[in-house]
Design a protein around this ligand. Structure first.
Ligand code: E4P
Length: 220
């Protein structure tokens, strides 16, 4: 499973890129608004420079298929690694079909059911973002949709990749990986939490202390 970072914060992306484990970035209008810059094009271009080999998702905000197609055509001019994020609905899936036919790579977002996954795959989506946390928040099992989505894609040999989105904590990442999600997009805070284990810290401190007892202070 590939790990993407779910943020439009340039400092977070810079730090995430330096970790050597991140292979893409997802943004959405909320994350871009949080970042504060009105110059979305420059922000996306900077993100694309920071993660040059990874997909960077930029979301459509219009309503008709024609408008979204026009947005998508514009976004992909910004950088080679821009993927067009398209909200799931009837117009969105028409737009995805048109973009796919033109070779524009897409990320269908706001997917909450297995039938929506099926329709997005049939429209030719490159990535399908199935939201885990927002389903859990209303008492449904977000991971179950991921499991069914992965099975559906493999069974029917669709080309789309399942992207586990709306990740809230490290266990969501573990479960998405175990379910076979192709990608998980993760808030930077959660990526940092994934590194932590008290027994690792304790073990490192103990090894260092024992080494120093043996050889004196460690020098490099
Ligand atoms: C991903 O691309 C989505 O925009 C994102 O994961 C949504 O997460 P949220 O439910 O935390 O807003």
């Amino acid at each position: 499973m590939k790990l993407f970072v779910d943020t439009a914060d340039l400092n977070e992306i810079r730090e995430a890129a330096s970790l050597g484990v991140i292979s893409g970035v997802t943004t959405n209008p909320t994350l871009l608004a949080k970042n504060g810059s009105g110059d979305v094009k420059s922000t996306i271009q900077e993100i694309c420079r920071l993660v040059p080999n990874g997909p960077v998702s930029m979301e459509c905000v219009t309503e008709t298929a024609e408008e979204m197609l026009a947005e998508g055509r514009e976004f992909v001019k910004w950088a080679d690694n821009v993927y067009v994020k398209v909200p799931f609905n009837v117009e969105g899936m028409k737009a995805v079909r048109a973009m796919t036919n033109e070779g524009i790579r897409t990320n269908v977002t706001l997917v909450f059911s297995t039938n929506q996954v099926l329709l997005a795959a049939a429209a030719g989506a490159t990535f399908i973002s199935s939201f885990v946390g927002r389903l859990d928040d209303i008492g449904f099992d977000g991971l179950q949709v991921i499991q069914e989505a992965v099975e559906l894609i493999e069974l029917h040999e669709f080309d789309s990749q399942i992207l586990a989105a709306s990740i809230r904590h490290p266990l969501h990442v573990t479960q998405a990986a175990a379910a076979g999600a192709h990608i998980s997009t993760i808030p930077f805070k959660v990526i940092k939490q994934m590194y932590n284990h008290p027994l690792t810290d304790k073990g490192i401190a103990a090894f260092k202390a024992d080494w120093e007892k043996l050889n004196g202070p460690v020098s490099v």
